[in-house]
Design a protein around this ligand. Structure first.
Ligand code: 5GP
Ligand code: MG
Length: 184
């Protein structure tokens, strides 16, 4: 496992994002919606840096690439009704091809928010397959599979306080807590 973004770098990156979000919305009430489970840590750190009146919601998407197809999207529609006429900011861990974010935004648009923007911690370079970009980005990173700070590999590593690139030795570990993880 190769460290990519340290705890300090992440703290500064999230602070920068919070600043830009604060500038964009001012004192207007905001509804933040995190895409579970990858955005968990970002969401917790980000909302504590925002000072406008804030509501927080969650949507659940399927796990990354079930086999070769994209998994179905599950959305809790009860509270989604409640975004009508509100400023909404969707938060995800990483923008890779962009399909996840675009699909969730398409579904949320149907509930007629006053505005709908998106924020991601990471954006992978040269991977985008959609015609829209996130409005707020923490870091642009190379096209590598990364874990930590909420991001998983087979449900492991979300709790790492830093972001690291998985190496082939980690992949062959089969998803259990590998020795390289346990030694940190
Ligand atoms: P997209 O739909 O943009 O291709 O993929 C976005 C989703 O794929 C993210 O929410 C995340 O769950 C997963 N994903 C994409 N790249 C990575 C990566 O490098 N590491 C991890 N752990 N998940 C990723
Ligand atoms: Mg995700």
């Amino acid at each position: 496992m190769k460290p990519l973004l340290s705890e300090d770098a992440l703290r500064e990156g999230v602070a920068r994002m919070a600043l830009r979000i604060g500038e964009a919305y001012g004192d207007r009430p905001l509804t933040i919606v995190g895409i579970m489970t990858g955005s968990l840590i970002l969401l917790a750190d980000l909302i504590r840096r925002l000072r406008m009146p804030l509501r927080v919601g969650l949507v659940q998407t399927s796990s990354y690439r079930e086999g070769t197809s994209r998994g179905a999207l599950r959305i809790n529609a009860e509270w989604m009704l409640d975004i009508r006429g509100r400023d909404v900011l969707l938060v995800d861990d990483i923008f890779d091809t962009g399909h996840t974010l675009v699909e969730v935004m398409r579904r949320m648009d149907a509930f007629e928010p006053a505005s709908l923007r998106s924020a991601v911690l990471l954006r992978k370079q040269d991977r985008c397959e959609v015609d829209r970009q996130p409005d707020f980005v923490g870091f642009d990173i190379p096209d590598r599979f990364v874990v930590g700070y909420g991001l998983d590999y087979r449900d492991q590593y979300r709790n790492l306080p830093f972001v690291a690139e998985l190496e082939s030795s980690d992949l062959s570990a089969g998803g259990g807590p590998s020795s390289s993880c346990a030694s940190r």
